[in-house]
Design a protein around this ligand. Structure first.
Ligand SMILES: *Cc1c(COP(=O)(O)O)cnc(C)c1O
Length: 344
């Protein structure tokens, strides 16, 4: 049995209080815009992010894909980091659905610079793909949960605007960035045309994400939601979880960040393990010098009730979240240490 699941912050289960909010939710026909709880969530998120409108979608992946479908035509190009989820982890959806080309930049810890954007701008002629969108992932998942400084976001967005590109933020863990940086959320997203929040990562909901942006873009997003079968019925049941999470699960992300730092500190003391810097709830570490290979290492951990995620043979990822109390960290460290040094 997996007792301590550090695989992802998607492994949270709805709390009792969240389930109660879900059970008590007012509901209607979401597909027709008639679900009061969904509408409340949409308004809450649009308000929080300072955007005109928002649409509730089943997943963050659908938020990214619909943002592309609305803002990118086949053959047009999107500038983003090479590690971006939209490139690496959505089944090639950007190409399969929107027909997008990607121009992946190599930013340290998933964060490229305005200079790199400038260098990636193509001449405006009939030979080149037209560049239409810049994408920022806050926090950068494969970048180790790194938080884009808001100044850097403003710089890359300014570079994009200068060349006529729109801007999109993958905000799967935006609220982690807000809590870790102490910088208000509106400053993170001010220069973004579209941005979405995942409800199923650190916020601890069972389903859902919300995409926000200008009214006309969100109107077209609704059309894609309908086309792709993302329109729902009495979705207030799940939207209520989102409202509950916005009320109760944002400030507590600080606990996940503190737990991640404790985990990183303990890992750094284990022979053969090298830890990447930790800013939020994501801890990447290298096990190469222990002699273990990623999947064998994870299998050995799982026999003792701890699960992590394997990036590659050496690079391991552990995430802290709502279902990982502080007391679980020393226990996890004890298991990881014994496995790493082959103590039994
Ligand atoms: C998880 C994740 C997504 C996709 O969200 P889902 O709700 O799982 O579809 C997109 N981007 C990043 C950075 C993520 O971590």
């Amino acid at each position: 049995m997996i007792e301590i699941d550090l695989y992802s912050d998607t492994q949270t289960r709805p709390t009792k209080a969240m389930r109660k909010a879900m059970a008590d939710a007012e509901v209607g026909d979401e597909q027709q815009g008639g679900d009061p709880s969904v509408n409340k969530l949409r308004e809450r998120v649009a308000d929080l992010l300072g955007k005109e409108d928002a649409v509730f979608l089943p997943s963050g992946t659908m938020c990214n894909q619909i943002a592309l479908l609305v803002q990118v035509r086949p053959g047009e190009e999107v500038i983003c980091d090479q590690t971006a989820h939209i490139v690496t982890s959505e089944g090639g959806g950007g190409a399969a659905l929107a027909g997008a080309m990607f121009r992946p930049l190599q930013g340290p810890r998933g964060m490229y610079s305005a200079e790199q954007v400038e260098a990636a701008i193509r001449p405006d002629n009939r030979y080149c793909p037209k560049q239409v969108l810049l994408e920022v992932e806050q926090t950068s998942n494969q970048g180790g949960g790194a938080v884009w400084p808001t100044k850097r976001i403003a710089e890359v967005a300014a570079a994009a605007r200068k060349h006529g590109l729109k801007t999109h933020m993958d905000g799967a863990r935006l609220m982690n960035a807000v809590v870790a940086s102490g910088v208000p959320v509106k400053e993170h997203v001010r220069d973004m045309d579209t941005v979405w929040l995942d409800l199923t990562k650190g916020l601890g909901c069972p389903v859902g994400a919300v995409l926000a942006g200008p009214k006309d873009v969100i109107k077209e997003a609704w059309r894609w939601k309908q086309r792709l079968g993302g329109s729902m019925r009495q979705a207030g049941i799940i939207a209520a979880a989102g409202i509950h999470a916005l009320d109760h699960h944002i400030d507590r992300l600080a606990e996940d960040h503190a737990n991640a730092k404790t985990l990183a500190k303990g890992l750094a003391e284990i022979p053969g393990i090298a830890v990447e810097p930790v800013e939020t709830n994501i801890v990447f570490f290298d096990i190469g010098a222990t002699g273990w290979k990623g999947h064998d290492f994870n299998a050995a951990l799982q026999k003792q009730g701890v699960r992590v995620s394997v990036g590659n043979e050496r690079r391991i990822r552990a995430l802290t979240h709502l279902d990982i109390p502080a007391a679980a960290i020393p226990k996890a460290l004890d298991v990881i240490r014994r496995v790493a040094i082959r103590a039994n």
